[in-house]
Write a protein that binds this ligand. Sequence first.
Ligand code: TXA
Ligand code: MG
Length: 330
Amino acid sequence: METRILESAVDAANIISGGGLCAFPTETVYGLGVNATDHAAVGRLFIAKGRPSDNPLIVHLGAIEQLESAAAKITTSARMLLEAFAPGPITVVLPKQPSILDAVTGGLPTVGIRIPANPLAQQMLSAAGIPVAAPSANLSGRPSCTTWQSVVDDLGGRIDAVLKGAACSVGIESTVVDCSTEVPIILRPGGVTIEQMRDVVPSVRDLHDERQQAFTGIMPNSPGLRHPHYQPRATVLLADDSWVEKPLVGKTVFVGIGQQAELERTAPGRVADRIIALDSVQAYAMLFYELLRESDRDGYSTIMLQPAPSSGLGASLLDRQRRAAGLETR
Ligand code: TXA
Ligand code: MG
């Protein structure tokens, strides 16, 4: 199959309405869109990505007014969070409408819904006028794609088209928050931080924290978290205290926040062949997946990552760093 590179959001919408697979930019990462009500197209999507069928897809809509086309019930917390953060990097999980296919939700009675802010995504969704199911546009298990060229590297020849846009500005995925029950709970940290969400709905819980506290109640379900994620070919090490015991094989790159000279003086910097110095957590998140992919392309065998701070956007980036390093398997 030849993968077309598109510049028009309307052309991308036509491919999706016609049952095709078309990748498109969002502010978080590129998504791989299909008509969420087309059974055959959804089936082809899982095959193209090599994605396990129990991992549900997020349904993307153009506007809050279309929520009822996917959600059977809109809880107060969902409405408050969407009013505050949508369009933007947030996904709310709500009871699903019967028209949303079981293949999309992995058999769950709920559906994840997101309204992306990226203008090209907005144009594409409003031209399509249908709910668009879209996982991140990468081969399953690999780092997500934040440039159209990386989408072509991973999925070229396996999908119908890529809508060409700029590099993604947030760089890590949306925050997935389960609003289907009384107290919302964050299943996946992401572009909207837990602190921002608690300013709007103070009762928001964090699944990750509760796991660490060995919470024994009924765990909400986020099937996607069971599968390996975000892993480049190179070995990823977190440059915390434990890196010293690990053998550094082949060419090594170190990624951290700070001045180049300062990172060169610190221990992981000294042993690396290349040092990538970034000036903020935002820049680190924005460039994260592309740095993993670029390190693979340039033949690095070891990627050492300075761990992100554990609050704000840093907490979401740290989650991705730990998964890339194979440290989180749930
Ligand atoms: O930023 C994003 O969210 C990107 C862009 C393209 O929108 N999409 C994305 O999709 O990251 P994906 O498929 O790579 O990750 C979706 C995550 C998975 O962890 C999945 O388990 C969870 O959302 N999810 C989706 N529907 C769910 C549901 N009904 N209940 C619980 N978790 C759900
Ligand atoms: Mg993904």
